[in-house]
Design a protein around this ligand. Structure first.
Ligand SMILES: Nc1ncnc2c1ncn2[C@@H]1O[C@H](COP(=O)(O)OP(=O)(O)OP(=O)(O)O)[C@@H](O)[C@H]1O
Ligand SMILES: [Mg+2]
Length: 376
């Protein structure tokens, strides 16, 4: 676009002042409003608006106005999306100055309740070479129309605005990255340091409880249960931190849990899946599955003296079957000693399933089968 100079020093000072104001550290929404306000003040427009283009640059995604009373704006209803004169600047991104926008052949007219507007000055705002949006000014106060000087001033302001918009966007992106990295670091710390340490404490408390007199033993057992609950809460916080917005599938969660329990079992435990576990198992059932895996593997670690164990999670129709098998000393006649197995049985029955404990393959070790129905 042809370069025009401004002779009037007062106008130049005003422009410089506006440009400097825009360079202040502002968030994008505040900045956009600021740009419209500065443009209105600079050329004496009664109304101003800034339309932000959608990604395809075919219509307006946002429309920020200055000068229109909020009540009036509400009564107009839907925001303009970029038809008529506003659309002209989208298809032809260059300054447009009109004495009366309603007389233009492209004018689509005003919706009911819209204030009357005649003189018009529209200028595109480019950021990094792409058109970001358009600045629209109407009704130059005390004048029949906007002048060539006004156009030159607003074009200059729009250039500064483009840079400021780009700045604000970069700033936002840097903050997003920082937040993301922070989440990752916190999740890693929680997992590696905190959970493992709580596990170790739980295990040594357990050993003390077994040797202690019954009254003390049961108090320690309660403390261990509290620790377990704390670990469970931390784990769900970790899931939320590492998978913002979306749920981690049960498959990944089981794998992560088994891996995390490796220091407890003392050997690597293979995990197999059968059927559409991620889609079929709802969030609540997944919590039970994870709980069962944890209890079964900690039993293997504490009671089985096993050298091998495996986990299988299968889905068949509305049935979920979790099996944990070890090659240890076996359980003998069912024991009612602890709360662990009772708890698993209760959870299974609540979900229309059952818990079966039997000898493992070849009559060796223990096979724990936990069944539940999904979707009820
Ligand atoms: N995989 C296994 N191999 C051998 N024995 C087992 C196995 N799992 C459980 N047991 C035996 O069954 C008992 C009951 O297990 P349960 O999980 O209900 O209680 P716990 O592990 O002793 O205590 P809690 O789970 O309440 O901390 C155990 O004390 C243990 O003797
Ligand atoms: Mg147990």
């Amino acid at each position: 676009m042809p370069y025009r100079s401004i002779e009037d020093p007062a106008k130049l000072r005003r422009l410089l002042q506006s440009v400097l104001l825009l360079q202040a550290d502002l968030s994008l929404p505040v900045l956009l409003r600021h740009i419209v306000e500065e443009a209105c003040a600079m050329v004496g427009a009664r109304y101003g608006a800034l339309g932000v283009l959608n990604e395809e640059r075919t219509a307006l995604a946002e429309f920020i106005t200055v000068g229109v009373e909020p009540a009036v704006e509400r009564s107009i209803g839907a925001r303009p999306t970029g038809k008529g004169i506003l659309g002209l600047l989208i298809t032809q991104p260059q300054p447009l100055r009109l004495a009366n926008l309603q007389k233009h052949p492209d004018s689509a007219g005003f919706p009911p309740g819209h204030p009357e507007m005649a003189s018009f000055l529209g200028v595109p705002i480019a950021a990094r070479g792409d058109v970001y949006g358009n600045l629209y000014l109407t009704d130059k106060i005390g004048w029949a129309e906007f002048t060539q000087d006004d156009e030159t001033l607003v074009v200059a302001l729009a250039q500064a605005a483009g840079i400021a918009v780009e700045n604000a966007r970069l700033h936002q992106r840097i903050q997003d990255i920082a937040v993301f990295e922070d989440r990752d670091r916190i999740a890693r710390d929680l997992h590696d340091a905190v959970i493992q340490r709580l596990f170790a404490i739980g295990l040594s408390l357990q050993a003390v409880a077994n040797a202690a007199e019954p009254q003390l033993g049961s108090r320690i057992a309660r403390a261990v249960a509290d620790l377990d609950e704390t670990i469970r809460q931390i784990r769900s916080a970790i899931f939320e931190l590492t998978t913002p917005g979306e749920d981690q599938g049960v498959r990944a969660a089981v794998l992560a849990l088994v891996h995390e329990l490796q220091p407890v079992t003392g050997f690597e435990v293979p995990v197999a899946f059968d059927g559409p576990v991620d889609t079929a198992i709802d969030h609540e059932t997944a919590e039970h599955v994870l709980f069962t895996v944890r209890e079964a593997l900690s039993n293997v670690a504490r009671h089985a003296a096993a050298t091998k164990a495996s986990v299988t999670l299968a889905v068949d129709g509305d049935r979920v079957v979790l099996r944990v098998v070890d090659d240890g000393r076996g359980m003998g006649p069912a024991r009612e000693g602890g709360l662990g197995l009772q708890n698993l049985r209760r959870r299974a029955e609540k979900l229309g399933g059952e818990l079966v404990i039997e000898p493992g393959p070849g009559d060796r070790g223990t096979s724990l089968t936990w069944r539940a129905r999904v979707g009820h």
